[in-house]
Design a protein around this ligand. Structure first.
Ligand SMILES: [Zn+2]
Length: 144
């Protein structure tokens, strides 16, 4: 299988980090994935895991590349637990500005949490309408 050169966007800050044009505190790197400390951390140890190929949002990635990113999450989580002493953390991945994505290059946040840290999110859970659920399942399955 031919190797596809990684996509890169010269205007993208994460692509510049990958290229070494902007420094970062590198935690992990392999052929497809880079992990580094977020320079605007929500908590101590806040880490970003990014694909080396530029993709704005998760849906643009191949299954294999998404798997490569996800594959390092358990190991990095264990290392962050060991290094920071936390017992809880969030994995957060935003797609699109409406969802809070600031840098349009796919990234997974690993955010160590401590009790009373003041971080949070609104989660106003509704109730799934069974009729809509059936329709939604059919519609989503058609697109898989
Ligand atoms: Zn990029």
């Amino acid at each position: 299988m031919p190797t596809v050169p990684p996509l890169s966007d010269p205007a993208c800050i994460f692509c510049k980090i990958i290229a070494g044009q902007i420094p970062c505190h590198r935690l992990y790197e392999d052929g497809q994935v880079l992990a580094f400390l977020d320079i605007g951390p929500l908590s101590r140890g806040h880490t970003l895991v990014i694909p080396k190929a530029h993709h704005a949002t998760l849906d643009q990635m191949s299954d294999a590349l998404a798997s490569a990113c996800a594959a390092v999450l358990p190991r990095l989580s264990r290392a962050l637990i060991a290094a920071t002493g936390v017992e809880a953390w969030n994995i957060l991945q935003n797609n699109g500005a409406t969802a809070g994505q600031v840098v349009p290059h796919v990234h997974f946040h690993i955010i160590p949490r401590t009790r009373g840290d003041g971080l949070g999110y609104r989660w106003p859970a509704g109730k799934l309408d069974p009729n809509d659920a059936a329709s939604l399942v059919e519609s989503i399955k058609r697109s898989l």
